[in-house]
Design a protein around this ligand. Structure first.
Ligand SMILES: C[S@@+](CC[C@H](N)C(=O)[O-])C[C@H]1O[C@@H](n2cnc3c(N)ncnc32)[C@H](O)[C@@H]1O
Length: 213
């Protein structure tokens, strides 16, 4: 009871802060924290934001890359435009959508972010598996688009398949960390897997599910 009350209060505080500071979601503070900790996004970077709606992470990314940078946002759902953010609507699991997104970024990206989450069914095992599936799509996409040295973040609902996801990320990044930002509710099962320094190891689109074990 007390824990839930604290979690609700914390959620409310971040919600108010986001309203005050004109961010579209509380989630903006999670990306700020992760970026502060790992120094992921730099002025002039080209950033891809997967699962971007309603746009909190895209706002933060656009601020961090500044006027010389670019942000490409993908989501199933539209959201109102953000300056210097190019929106592509679609499902990351579809080859045609990935191809459309890649067309925008022929020079490659410096950072790929994913805050994608499945609709919650209430069955934790199922929701965890679907979350990991989205992360694998994000990781495969990142391996197709990142320049060497690039960085990656993905949200995952924590569970027994998280270890497999981390092992998969280790093949492509010099360093892999799992972090739980303070802006995330303490009762939340979500964590963020952070890959630093893309080493050029690319996954073919179909290898994602076979990597899971
Ligand atoms: C938690 S919200 C993202 C919040 C966002 N980072 C922000 O700061 O405003 C998760 C998003 O993932 C998107 N999503 C879920 N599955 C997806 C998929 N297969 N392809 C693209 N987007 C997806 C949802 O539509 C939803 O908008």
């Amino acid at each position: 009871m007390t824990k839930n009350w604290r979690a609700d209060r914390k959620r409310e505080q971040y919600y108010r802060k986001a309203k005050r500071e004109n961010y579209r979601s509380r989630a903006a503070y999670k990306l700020k924290e992760i970026d502060f900790k790992y120094d992921l996004i730099h002025p002039g970077d080209r950033v891809v934001d997967l699962g971007a709606s309603p746009g909190g992470w895209s706002q933060v990314a656009a601020e961090l890359v500044g006027g010389d940078g670019e942000v490409y946002a993908l989501d199933l759902a539209r959201f109102s435009p953000i300056e210097r953010v190019t929106f592509v609507r679609g499902d990351i699991r579809k080859d045609s959508v990935v191809a459309r997104l890649l067309e925008h970024i022929p020079q490659g990206a410096d950072v790929v972010l994913s805050d994608m989450a499945p609709n919650i069914s209430g069955n934790y095992t199922y929701d965890h598996a679907r979350s990991v599936d989205l992360c694998e799509h994000a990781l495969v996409f990142a391996s197709q688009v990142l320049k060497e040295g690039g960085n990656f973040v993905t949200k995952v609902f924590y569970g027994d398949m998280t270890k497999g996801l981390v092992s998969m990320a280790r093949r492509s990044f010099d360093e892999v960390h799992v972090t739980h930002p303070k802006a995330t509710r303490s009762t939340s099962s979500e964590v963020y897997v952070v890959g630093i320094g893309f080493n050029g190891a690319r996954f073919s689109p179909r290898s994602a599910s076979s990597e899971r074990s």
